[in-house]
Design a protein around this ligand. Sequence first.
Ligand code: GLY
Length: 349
Amino acid sequence: MEKITVRASQTYDVLIGGGLLADAGRYAAGVLKSRRTMIVSDDNVFSLYGETLKKSLENAGFEVSEFVFPHGEQSKSHETLLRVYDALAKNNITRADSLFALGGGVTGDLAGFAAASFLRGIDYVQVPTSLLAQIDSSVGGKTAVDIPAGKNLVGAFKQPKLVISDTDTLSTLPEDFFDDGMGEAVKYGMIWSEKLFELIASGNIKEHLEEMITECVDIKRQVVETDENDKGLRMILNFGHTLGHSIEKTQNFSGLSHGKAVAVGMYLITRAAEKHGLITENIGGRLRDCLEANGLPYSVDIPAEMLFENSVNDKKRFSDDINIILCKTVGKADIVKMPVNEYHRLITG
Ligand code: GLY
């Protein structure tokens, strides 16, 4: 088992390894004040891993209730959130108690936000079961739900008490979801570590999964410890995301999945930057080879003008300038602030 300690506004461990779910109760008992908790999970994940987690918690002396919701992004809504609150209240969860987020990114974000807001904040433990959640979303304390105006627009920063990443759960992850996580893994290589990038580019990552997850989490740790509230360095985690979100939005969130859209977004922004002389090395070629080696896309049939439009309407933009993340070399990212008209030329020119 690997252990990474994140020292943010709250210090917590991220445990990574096979078979951890069965010992989750023991690990959690060491960091939680009370022995009453509720598991929040979707129907797919709960049917696979809910009982194992529950039994492990009960064996460690926890009184456990559960709230199971239908899987899918549409559940990351305020309607489901209200149902989570109701379940927490019905099960007598107090400020001393906690909840467990068992599942992928949707579950982590939804349950995390419930933990951030119920009774003005209760403890929670992340138990990520998707690759994307294990390498990225379970660490760093970003929680949110979607509203009709956009994804993740209502949320809070709330660090978990513990993250338990049982890599065995990835064995039941559908290939498409695995590839989705790989899009974000490539991002970590691009923005921070050429060594990680090369490991992923080798194309046989399944033999090095634990190493890759640990490396991604350690990069995220360093970023979050420096800029927990996303005011500076943490923005580099958005490499590929401005165009990636635009692709998802243009396709009404029913085309490329998030990680694959990010893969295309990374490639398109890198190629555009090369074309406009902002990058001199052949980064685009290396990135394309790496994406291809991992079965990830690097192009999409959407006009550049539309990609631009849907990326600048991002509700999280602060002004007439836009922050673009560029990797001028593999393993290092820069935050480049530019006026929107310059960004327009970059994307469409
Ligand atoms: N997933 C990006 C972040 O945590 O900031």
